[in-house]
Design a binder for this molecule. Structure first.
Ligand code: COA
Length: 241
């Protein structure tokens, strides 16, 4: 949770190696995770190249939607969003997160960005600056240049093309400055709204990954996922409406 220090480590040529769970000890005996940053004797002096660069001017915008990095101040809205039943239903395990889960996610968002694990965004109305949803790029396969995206909106902001705009912005950044070879997304077979968003944003439907997700309850069948992809060479359609 100390991104300033992590930026110093990167600038000085230290590579993120991973999380040392509960390696830190507080005065009152509480334990906390530490990130390990390591520089080998023969590593170049630095800075270490980052998988996920900072955003130009701190944001991506098309003048209707703005995406900016998630911060601890966004926890309240993100918690409201991710505990809605229809959003919970789209999680890998359809269980609502706790407020502590969300606080933690917001607290480490900048660190996740710096270590190249994920880019977690607040999705905002570009005019008022109000956060109306969230989206994220999870860099799940850096070795092959592939990452996945997810997104959700508060009900009052739906149906105005905002999700489609956000996905287009994200795809442009991912295939541009980030330099991904392939961006993918998975939707539940019943989630027509999300499939329409991806279709409108220029993604291709690749097929069905059978039994991809864990069973929601013991003994239930594992749900399928519809697989979508976007390549840097795919045309970027104009924003909707
Ligand atoms: C999916 C979600 C992000 C869509 O947000 P949105 O801002 O309403 O989407 P858009 O306004 O950009 O709509 C894009 C298209 O989907 C269509 N659409 C939106 N909601 C729909 C619905 N419930 N059923 C069918 N189509 C729908 C729109 O009409 C539009 O198509 P059009 O351009 O041909 O008119 C939003 O419904 C949501 O947050 N759902 C819960 C979380 C979720 O499903 N996340 C995705 C997980 S994979």
């Amino acid at each position: 949770e100390n991104p300033a220090s992590q930026r110093v480590a990167l600038a000085a040529g230290f590579h993120p190696e991973g999380v040392r769970r509960a390696a830190g000890a507080g005065r009152d005996g509480d334990r906390y995770d530490l990130l390990a940053w390591v520089r080998l004797a023969d590593d170049p002096p630095g800075p270490v190249p980052r998988l996920l660069p900072d955003l130009p001017d701190g944001r991506l915008t098309d003048t209707v939607v703005t995406l900016r990095r998630l911060t601890p101040a966004d926890a309240e809205v993100l918690y409201r969003l991710h505990t809605r039943a229809e959003v919970v239903a789209t999680r890998v395990r359809p269980v609502a997160p706790t407020r502590a889960d969300i606080d933690r996610r917001c607290a480490v968002a900048e660190s996740d960005w710096l270590t190249g694990r994920a880019a977690d965004f607040a999705l905002c109305d570009a005019v008022t600056g109000t956060m109306v949803g969230g989206c994220a790029l999870i860099y799940d396969e850096p070795a092959t240049g592939q990452a996945m995206i997810g997104y959700s909106l508060l009900p009052g902001a739906r149906g105005r093309g905002l999700a489609t705009r956000a996905v287009r912005l994200l795809a442009g950044w991912a295939c541009g400055p980030v330099g991904l070879a392939r961006l993918w997304a998975g939707t539940a077979p019943w989630n027509t709204a999300s499939q329409r968003v991806l279709d409108r944003a220029g993604f291709h439907r690749e097929g069905v990954m059978r039994a991809r997700l864990p069973a929601p309850t013991p003994g239930a069948r594992r749900p399928d996922t519809v697989l979508w992809s976007f390549l840097p060479t795919d045309p970027h359609p104009l924003p909707p409406r």
